[in-house]
Design a protein around this ligand. Structure first.
Ligand code: ADP
Ligand code: ZN
Ligand code: MG
Length: 481
């Protein structure tokens, strides 16, 4: 039997750190980084005698996420203790939600490669606190605990096992990220761990009705490792089954360097956590009015923006899709248009050079180091004839390395377009002299030869000559001959 005889089943538990100013049960800052143990207080350090107070913003943000993902919002919810021992968890329990999560029964839609839409159901969204962080000390041989992250609010979004491939898993996570960015409840910086996923994978023979045994890869925080990890697990599990073995239900760690998974521990069941309602916190009762007021704060979501871009800016379906997939790209797009009023040009720069550089540098759109002001200025400089689009490409590259005003960049680098007639003529005559064969070709009616000559002139001037002027002057000079 081969891989085609198996069906893949995937469910994701996505953790997103909420971008509230303060932590979930105390008023410490949630800000990333800082010297170890400087963003904490007796409450998030779990000193005896302290009591948690729920941050209302956390409820608001979680409800917002629920509304944006078509969930039912619970009127009656509560916090529970999830008990386990780990050095980064100072209370020895995590305050989470067990049987009464804030949001349930939602779904989001992903678009498959064949254009079809597929619904992925969300089982639930609940709120909980993040744990601290262990810094493994390579020199002393021990581990140091940093509690800055302890008590940072999280939402956990649990999907039904509706995902059928690594591509779908990536699309699903990208969609979640996009929605959370649009509603501004999380900065979703995967490199800082603000968005991470536990990935549950199982396989079963096609036609089988019972789900296979799943394994769970913990804390995955890049799209690439999620896709690689899933592919690895599919192959591994099928191999085990093909050899007549059984897949063990276990928690795994994906290792990017060796490209394989390692067993972390046997999987706990819910009863191992001895969940019970946290007696230090009151129940969470939400009124219809409260929920409706939050609904009113929902911004224009990707889907609506997409339709508007097609109508208002005449973008193609594909281009509108690509830009609205990311709030950052979408904001960059609209912001630059406000300044330069050139929607087509802005879209082109975002989808060609900027996207290519993001890919090459493995950056996410929110890591673009410049703003709509710089992008618009590049486009205005091209319009004015100050730079050619060849130079503009170099300016965009430079903006990623050393972001500052594009006119400063071209001034410092001496990249101003040569539009002086005398200078252009000099180049044209030189190229004509060096390329007699092409000149003859052009005279003989080969239009293409002109392009070659212009290309040579651009090459010699490192892209700085004005291409329109070159075209015109080559034709003029050769016709004179
Ligand atoms: P736990 O916290 O124990 O991992 P949850 O119920 O919170 O349990 O999450 C389980 C996740 O695993 C869900 O996303 C669910 O869709 C997924 N899942 C459950 N069974 C399977 C299975 N057989 N194969 C793949 N994914 C599964
Ligand atoms: Zn605190
Ligand atoms: Mg899990």
């Amino acid at each position: 039997m081969s891989r085609e005889d198996y069906e893949v089943v995937i469910g994701l538990e996505v953790h997103a750190e909420l971008s509230t100013k303060t932590k979930i049960f105390c008023s410490c800052p949630t800000e990333f980084g800082g010297e170890p143990n400087t963003h904490c207080c007796p409450i998030c350090m779990a000193l005896p005698g302290t009591l948690p107070v729920l941050n209302e913003k956390v409820v608001e943000y979680a409800v917002k996420a629920g509304l944006a993902t078509n969930c039912e919002i619970s009127r009656d919810s509560k916090n529970d203790r999830k008990n386990y021992f780990y050095p980064d968890l100072p209370k020895s329990y995590q305050i989470s939600q067990f049987d009464k999560p804030l949001c349930e029964k939602g779904y989001i839609e992903i678009e498959l490669d064949n254009g079809q839409k597929k619904k992925i159901r969300l089982t639930r969204i609940h709120i909980e606190e993040d744990a601290g962080k262990l810094n493994h000390d390579d020199f002393g041989g021990g581990s140091l605990v940093d509690l800055n992250r302890a008590g940072v609010p999280l939402i956990e979004m649990v999907s039904e096992p509706d995902i059928s491939s690594s591509e779908e898993a990536e699309k699903y996570l990208r969609k979640i990220k996009s929605i959370l960015e649009y509603i501004e409840v999380s900065d979703c910086k995967m490199q800082e761990g603000s968005l991470r996923a536990d990935v549950n994978v199982s396989v079963r023979k096609k036609g089988e009705t019972k789900l296979g045994t799943r394994t769970e890869m913990k804390n995955m925080n890049s799209f690439r490792s999620i896709v690689r990890g899933i592919e690895y697990e599919i192959d591994r599990q099928i191999d085990v089954l093909e050899e007549g073995g059984k897949v063990e239900q276990e928690t795994l760690r994906w290792d990017d360097v060796s490209g394989r998974t390692f067993s972390m521990r046997d999987k706990e069941d819910a009863q191992d956590y001895r969940y019970f309602p946290d007696p230090d916190l009151v129940a969470i009762k939400l009124s219809d009015e409260y929920i409706e007021n939050i609904r009113k704060t929902l911004p224009e979501l990707p889907e609506t923006r997409r339709i508007r871009y097609i109508e208002e800016y005449k973008l193609s379906e594909r281009d509108a899709n690509l830009i609205t997939a990311s709030k950052y790209l979408s904001d960059l797009f609209e912001g630059a248009i406000k300044i330069c009023n050139e929607p087509k040009a802005v879209a082109n720069w975002i989808l060609s050079d900027i996207s290519r550089i993001l890919n090459e540098k493995e950056l996410e759109p929110n890591q673009i180091p410049f703003t709509e002001k710089e992008l618009a200025e590049v486009i205005i400089l091209i319009q004015k004839g100050t730079i050619s689009s060849a130079i503009a490409k170099k300016v965009i590259e430079e903006l990623f390395v050393n972001p500052k005003s594009p006119s400063k960049i071209i001034e410092e680098k001496g990249w101003i377009q040569i539009s002086d007639e005398g200078a252009i003529k000099e180049i044209v005559l030189k190229i004509i002299e060096e390329n007699p064969a092409s000149v003859q070709d052009y005279k003989g009616g080969k239009e293409k030869a002109l392009g070659f000559l212009v290309g040579q002139a651009m090459k010699q001037t490192k892209g700085q000559a004005n291409p329109q002027m070159l075209n015109k002057m080559f034709a003029e000079e050769i016709n004179k001959m």
